[in-house]
Design a protein around this ligand. Sequence first.
Ligand SMILES: NC(=O)c1ccc[n+]([C@@H]2O[C@H](COP(=O)([O-])OP(=O)(O)OC[C@H]3O[C@@H](n4cnc5c(N)ncnc54)[C@H](O)[C@@H]3O)[C@@H](O)[C@H]2O)c1
Length: 359
Amino acid sequence: MDKLRVNLGLDSYDIVFEESFAELPRAMSNINAPKKLLIVTDSNVLELYAKEVKELFTECGYDVKVCSFPAGEENKNMKTILGICNACVEHEMDRNSMIVALGGGVVGDMAGFAAAIYMRGIRFIQIPTTLLSQSDSSVGGKTGIDFKNGKNILGAFHQPKLVYINVSTLSTLSDIQFTSGMGEVIKHGIIKNREFFLFLRDNVTLVKSKNPYILIKMAKANCSIKAKVVEEDERENGLRAILNFGHTIGHAVEAAFDFKMTHGECVAIGMIGAGYIAYKRGLLSETRLDEIEGILELYGFCMRVNIPDIDKVYELMQKDKKKIDGVLKFILPIKVGEVVEVRDVTKDEIYSALSYISE
Ligand SMILES: NC(=O)c1ccc[n+]([C@@H]2O[C@H](COP(=O)([O-])OP(=O)(O)OC[C@H]3O[C@@H](n4cnc5c(N)ncnc54)[C@H](O)[C@@H]3O)[C@@H](O)[C@H]2O)c1
């Protein structure tokens, strides 16, 4: 089994990288999984992979039920959580039972949150099936739901006991979702690892054709970057903030366009905006800004957006939930592979970046 360890003391776990689900039973026995399992999934993944995973578990003697909810961020709410908890009760799950999150980031965040609160916390594992969840959300233990128009307002840190990545599930993912996931993947290269950035740039055709060998290499590199950051700062008191590169502008753009653009597209635009601020401050050379824009273009991101109302985007940025004592934090690239956190970006700088990313 190809795997990577996330070292978090008693909460340490393995991330397994495979091209199929075949090794799942072995991975489960390695963590002494209990017999009673609840697979949580959404309506799309239910049709695609739930039957195969359920049968695999049943053949190995697990007592398994499936609980599904309609796909989509709009269902990432308390009603769905109560539905999952209800399924736990109906399946007579006890404190030793386990939840299996099978799906993208929405499933992982909610299944993890239900696991964090059911009977004051039971174990769960992640089987991520989107590029975003395989490279980002399944690792790190952030779980939660949206509340009162705010994203991830209610939640808990709850680490999974295992992350099982089957890259072949990406074969059914839409091109839009795949490209969106690439936004976070490229972000990892820019914040922490120039070698990985160059790997992505040099292998664009193989990545886009979803070559399994390349996808496993990419997933491993991604997860090792994310895992290292999480190991150093599990609860986001410091270093973990670098993962927000591109998100300060990106989240505001996402909200300004009523969430009609994908998250990855908005992060890409946000990374260009942050890169421009760094360039204008003399922190980032023009060549490196071009490199950042160049890779995003290679992967099919739109390089500029038509922002009809820059004032509105600026206002939305002021509502950023990562603000501390009213101060907006920006993660700026100083190289490809290194970023810094700054808290003194001026209104003029933000307006100039928003003009730069506007068509
Ligand atoms: N916990 C974290 O650290 C963290 C980090 C980043 C994002 N997130 C969260 O992740 C969520 C976004 O995740 P996402 O982009 O995976 O979205 P998602 O879970 O909504 O999945 C996107 C779409 O793809 C479908 N899908 C999933 N797997 C598929 C497959 N293999 N083939 C075909 N279709 C498939 C889903 O049904 C859905 O329609 C957001 O809610 C965000 O807040 C969490």
